[in-house]
Design a protein around this ligand. Structure first.
Ligand code: ARG
Length: 463
């Protein structure tokens, strides 16, 4: 049997290998709801424009409603011979309502149809991800407020640098996730135009109303160029870029959790709900969820690179290569959802170990910059000179194996005679963080204010 949708031109049926490479139904069935919604908008427009009789349009729309119910009830039989979701739906519609089903595909093509469905699907997906990212930000901001004054080491090169607060560290991620949400929101504005009615590539001679279908589907306007409408996939690339960047941010905090939960650091403890054991080593508490958040970033970035590679060599307009836009995108969007959920759970439950963080914050001469700043402020030394003096004092402390605040005053004075005991007022991790009151700095007062600002904002956007 030749294909029932375009059999007119064919006498042989497709080879099994063609069916295997060509069929997309195994994955594009995922946007059945968007496909049916777009078809209903299309047929309503065809009726209103007098292109299809109203009675047929009603039969088509009702029939599509039945198809939707069958798919949702799990009674629909998907067929690979029918290639994709579009032909599967249309073919079942014909079984339900008869020949009038054949009028649905007037003045459109699967090229504008798939572009429309996919835009609708991606739009829904980023709305869901945005809500999930907001929830993650909320959990981070709550923890940040609780730990606005909890001192921990801040690192550069993963070497102790200057003390910061745990709350400040967590709020850094709240900012990153805010930009991730911004990238999704920006991409959403650009993707929210309707390709429907571009037909195969050149538009159509039927008097269609593209503004009507665009409006019905929640798009801001119809796309202005029919060739662009069917061949553009930059909307997916943009969303995948935003997905990859968000995933990278999740991977960074996941990596920190992996480090913080080692017995060597011991900065935080994950709850049992987010910890796994070892089948051989009874003492182990492994941060598998964090490791997987980190690891899954690979496939998300892979999806972006794969689609960039698919699109880069394609002439206008549609080529079947473009069917390769879906599986990686679905996987990347799903993966981002799973990783956000896991991270949200880990953050909500994790218990910081304030003593371990505080001890570590004081180690490694992390207040050497505070000493240098004191020399600049109180003794009016140029910063470069202050840096040298402080370096020599740190070397003295290291030789005697003590912290800066435990070094006797005469040792300080051996490096600079004018140093007084007032210098001890800036040494120590607590004093150091309290002094960092510049805008965006780590002082607990700043952190409290910023955490409250975020909680207010997130509270508002959630309502
Ligand atoms: N399944 C196809 C895809 O996902 C739908 C468009 C098919 N168009 C065509 N001219 N064969 O891209």
């Amino acid at each position: 049997m030749s294909n029932k949708m375009w059999g007119g031109r064919f006498s042989q049926s497709p080879d099994a290998a063609l069916e295997a490479i060509n069929a997309s139904i195994d994955f594009d069935r995922r946007f059945y709801a968007q496909d049916i919604r777009a078809s209903q908008a299309h047929v309503a427009m065809l009726a209103k424009s007098g292109i299809v009789p109203k009675s047929d349009a009603k039969a088509i729309s009702d029939g599509l409603g039945k198809v939707l119910k069958e798919i949702e009830a799990g009674t629909f039989t998907f067929s690979r011979a029918l290639e994709d979701i579009h032909l599967n739906v249309e073919s079942r519609l014909a079984e339900i309502i008869g020949p009038a089903a054949g009028r649905l595909h007037t003045a459109r093509s699967r090229n504008d149809q798939v572009a429309t469905d996919f835009r609708l699907y991606v739009r829904d997906a980023i709305d869901a991800l945005d809500a999930m990212l907001a929830e993650l930000q909320l959990r981070l901001a709550e923890k940040a407020l609780e730990h606005a004054g909890t001192v921990m080491p801040g690192f550069t090169h993963l070497q102790s640098a200057q003390p910061v607060t745990f709350g400040h560290h967590l709020l850094a991620y709240v900012e990153m996730f805010a930009r991730d949400r911004g990238r999704f929101a920006d991409a959403r504005v650009r993707l929210n135009e309707s390709p429907l009615g571009a037909a195969a590539l050149a538009g159509t001679g039927f008097p269609i109303d593209r503004a009507m279908t665009a409006k019905a589907l929640g798009f801001a306007r119809p796309m202005a160029n029919s060739l662009d409408a069917v061949s553009a996939r930059d909307f997916v690339l943009e969303v995948l870029s935003a997905t990859a960047i968000a995933s990278t941010h999740l991977s960074r905090i996941a990596e920190e959790i992996v480090i913080w939960t080692t017995p060597q650091f011991g900065f935080v403890t994950l709850s049992d709900k987010f910890t796994t054991g070892s089948s051989i080593m009874p003492q182990k508490r492994n941060p598998d969820a964090a490791e997987l958040v980190r690891g899954k970033t690979g496939r998300v970035i892979g999806a972006l690179v794969a689609l960039l590679t698919v699109i880069k060599g394609l002439p206008l307009a549609y080529s079947k290569d473009m069917q390769e836009d879906k599986e990686g995108t679905f996987d990347a969007l799903d993966t981002l959802g799973v990783t956000i959920a896991a991270m949200t759970g880990m953050i909500a439950d994790m218990k910081p170990n304030s003593d371990a963080m505080k001890n570590a914050a004081g180690a490694g001469y992390s207040t050497a910059t505070d000493l240098a700043d004191w020399l600049v402020r109180d003794l009016k030394l140029p910063f470069r000179e202050a840096h040298h003096v402080s370096g020599r004092i740190v070397a003295r402390a290291a030789r005697s194996g003590v912290a800066l605040e435990d070094l006797p005053l005469h040792e300080f004075q051996a490096e600079h005679a004018k140093i007084t005991k007032a210098v001890f007022g800036v040494l120590g991790a607590d004093k150091s963080v309290k002094s960092r009151t510049s805008f965006g700095g780590t002082a607990p007062g700043n952190v409290t204010r910023e955490a409250k600002k975020w909680l207010r904002r997130l509270g508002r956007s959630a309502s």
